[in-house]
Design a protein around this ligand. Structure first.
Ligand SMILES: NC(=O)c1ccc[n+]([C@@H]2O[C@H](COP(=O)([O-])OP(=O)(O)OC[C@H]3O[C@@H](n4cnc5c(N)ncnc54)[C@H](OP(=O)(O)O)[C@@H]3O)[C@@H](O)[C@H]2O)c1
Length: 221
């Protein structure tokens, strides 16, 4: 069986956590940045933890977007559409795009506010910009430190996801199970990104109350 390939657009904490995490799980990973050179030391550091059949390379956003039929968008929310332009929209045709982004405004300091929401979301804007891609909102409600091989003291909850394409969400669930999640909580089509993104300012405030960033939301009944 050939190694799964994934492109990760983003050089921040999320891009690095998912880049190294997928490689540890045997994926062939290409991480993208406007300035790939700043990832060279990181790539060399993670090299030792890569699975035998995995690998990590670094390049441009376009290199990452063209790398496989699965990609992760892990860039600053306010710059998400600019990053897609740099990556080249054609490179996402048929791609499962795992959208980690949140439209957060840190200009007033902590805690952040949403740049927009209610009747709009970044997930919807990204899906509209890339009509030939299958966007699944994913990872946006957990810390980068818990995205791969999560360990929550009270048990790992399913990952909240949403998106328009059922097959894409099914593949997302398979990927998450491979990364150590118990499964997904599918909350609907991409319009539901409004609600998953709106959870994040609450997630920040709850973390402040609990004095942690290693928490996640779980639905119980
Ligand atoms: N940090 C977390 O634990 C966490 C958890 C869940 C979701 N998220 C979300 O995940 C996304 C990534 O977060 P992060 O903490 O890893 O880092 P970040 O600082 O939000 O984003 C860093 C990335 O954004 C890109 N970027 C910044 N300005 C840009 C511009 N004008 N044009 C194009 N690209 C630009 C950077 O590109 P270069 O590589 O070229 O510098 C870099 O790759 C965010 O949307 C965040 O809300 C974060």
């Amino acid at each position: 069986m050939s190694t799964d390939r994934i492109g990760v657009l983003g050089s921040g904490d999320v891009g690095r956590a998912l880049g190294s995490g997928f490689a540890r799980h045997g994926w062939d990973v290409a991480v993208g940045s406007r300035d790939p050179g700043k990832l060279h030391d990181w790539r060399d550091d993670v090299g030792g933890s890569v699975a035998d059949d995995g690998s990590v390379s670094v390049g441009s956003f376009a290199d990452a977007a063209a790398h496989g039929d699965v990609a992760v968008l892990a860039v600053r929310g306010a710059a998400a559409l600019d990053a897609l332009d740099l990556a080249g929209h054609d490179n996402f045709a048929g791609t499962l795009l795992l959208d980690t982004t949140n439209p957060l405004d840190f200009s007033g300091g902590m805690p952040p506010h949403l740049l927009f929401g209610g009747t709009d979301s970044l997930g919807e804007r990204i899906q509209s910009a890339l009509p030939d891609a299958h966007v699944v909102k994913c990872f946006n409600t957990v810390s980068n430190a818990q995205m791969v091989d999560p360990e929550f003291e009270e048990g790992t909850p399913p990952m909240f996801i949403c998106g328009d394409d059922a097959d894409a969400k099914g593949r997302t669930e398979d990927i998450l199970v491979e990364l150590g999640w118990p499964g997904t909580m599918d909350v609907g089509d991409i319009e539901s990104a409004r609600h998953l993104e709106a959870l994040v300012p609450l997630w920040v405030r709850v973390g402040s109350v609990m004095d942690t960033s290693e928490h996640a939301f779980k639905a119980v009944q």
